[in-house]
Design a binder for this molecule. Sequence first.
Ligand code: NAG
Ligand code: NAG
Ligand code: NAG
Length: 471
Amino acid sequence: MLLALLVLGWIEIGTGYNDFPSLMTANATMAVIVEKGFFKNTDNYRHTLDEISDVAKAVIRKNTEISGIALHVFGDADVNLARDYTVLLSVASCQTTWHLFKRAQKEKLVYLAVTEPDCPRLPEDAGISLPLTNPGEELPQIFLDLRTTGSLSWPKVNLIHDETFARDTISRVVKALSLELPDKRVSLSAQALFSTRFEKNENAMRQRVHRILSNYRVDQLGSCFMVVVTVDMVSVVMEVAKSLRLVHPGSQWLYVISDAAGREAKVASFAELLAEGENVAFVHNATKRLANCDMGLMCHVKELVRALAISLENSLLNELELYDRVTEEEFEVVRLSKAERKQEIVKSVNRELSYARARTSSCGKCVNWRFSSAITWGTSFASSEEKQRRESAEKRRREDSKRHGEDDQVAKSLGVGELLDAGTWSPGPGVNMSEPLFPHVKHGFRGRSLPVSTFHVGHAFLDYPHRVALE
Ligand SMILES: *[C@@H]1O[C@H](CO)[C@@H](O)[C@H](O)[C@H]1NC(C)=O
Ligand SMILES: *[C@@H]1O[C@H](CO)[C@@H](O)[C@H](O)[C@H]1NC(C)=O
Ligand SMILES: *[C@@H]1O[C@H](CO)[C@@H](O)[C@H](O)[C@H]1NC(C)=O
C-alpha cells in the first residue's frame, strides 16, 4: 500500500516536471479571445480587436524588463487551449466566459476575463473576472457579488421598492437575486414584490407603507426583506415595519439607498431607530462624481494586463533565484508545476490589482457603494468608555447633520444601535467586506460578553424564542 502510494506520488512528480517549460526557457504565451457577439457592430469589433492587442503589447513592454508574453489573438472561443498557453484573456459574454473558465481550469491556465454586466464573478482563487458595468446601473451586479461572496445568503427575499428605479432595473435586480449561480450554491428566490411610492406628505407615505406591510404573511413569505427606496423614505419604512412587529431577532432587513451620496449624515441617523436585537443593514451609494470616471473596456484591459505582466516577471525572478541556489536536476524537481504556478500567478495578480485599485486613478474607482451593519446587541450594557465614545460620536453626527440642514427629528428618540462600516463595493474588486452584513446572524454577539441575567426579554423575543440563541 505504502509502496503503491510512493509510486503514484513519483509518477505525479514525474509528469509534473516534464509537462511545462520554465519561464527561463520559454516566455509565457497568452491566448486572447475576443468574442464577436460581445460587440454591437462588426466595425467596432475589428477596431477593438486591434486595440486590445496593441494596448496589451504596450503594457507588457512597459512593465517587464527580462520577461515577455507572446500574444495569440483569436476572434472566437473555439480555440484549442490544450497547447502550451500559460494565460487566457477573454472578452466575452457571461455564458462563454463560464464555459471558457471550465476549459481553462482543465488546462491549468491563468484566466483573466472581461465580461458583460450582471455576470457572476469567477471564484477569486481560480481566476480574475471583471463584469463591465455602466455607471448608474450597478445595482444588479452588487447583489450578484453579495451572493457569490456569500455575504448575502438568504433563501428567500421580499423586495419592497419605490419608483427610484425604472421597472427594467427592478427586474434586473430580481434576476440577479434569483439567478442560479454557476457553482451551484443555494439559489435565492425572490418571493414577493411590493411597490410603493414616495410621498411628500409623510403621513400619506406612512399610511401607504402601512397598507402594504400590514397584510404581510410572515408564515408564507419568510422574514428577509430588501427595501430599495429613496433615502427620504427609509425612516418611514423602518418605523412602520417596527410598529407591525416585523423587525425582530428572527428577521433581516437590508435597505438599499441609491440616492445617498452626500447624505451620509442622514444614513448615520438611521442608527437612532434601531432597537436591541434587530438585524438591519444598509447598502448605500457613496459615488461622488461620475465625470472623468474611466470604467471602459480598455481601461480594465490595461489594468489586468499590467498586473499580469508584473506577476509573470516576478515569477521568472523567483525561478532565477531558485536556479542559482540548487543544481539543475534539483531545479527540475522543485520548480513549480503548471498548476502551482497558475495558483501563484492568480494570487499575485489579485494582489497587484488591489495595490493598483487603492490608487485614486484606477478604473471605475469613483463608483463606490458602502455597506453598514447595525450593531444592536448588548449596546445597552456598554461599558462607560464605550458609552462616552458613542456619545461624542453622536454629538459630532448631530452637528454634522445640522450643517447639512437635515431634519433632526429622528435623533430625539433614543435608539440603542450603532452603524458599523462593514465593507465597500466598486466595479473592479466588487464586494470587499471587513465585517459581515448581519453580524448578529453570522456570529451572535461579536465577542461581546453580555450579562445574561439582566437580558431583556421583550415581546419580540417571546414570538421568536428559537432564534434567540447565545453563541
Ligand atoms: C522573452 O521576451 C523578451 C522580450 O520580448 C526577450 O527579451 C526574452 O529574450 C524572451 N525570453 C525567452 C526565454 O525567450
Ligand atoms: C449613485 O450616485 C451617483 C451620484 O450621485 C449617481 O449618478 C448614480 O446614478 C447612483 N447610482 C445608482 C445605481 O442610482
Ligand atoms: C479591501 O479593503 C481593505 C481596506 O478596508 C484593503 O486594505 C484591501 O486591499 C481591499 N481588498 C481588495 C481586494 O481590494
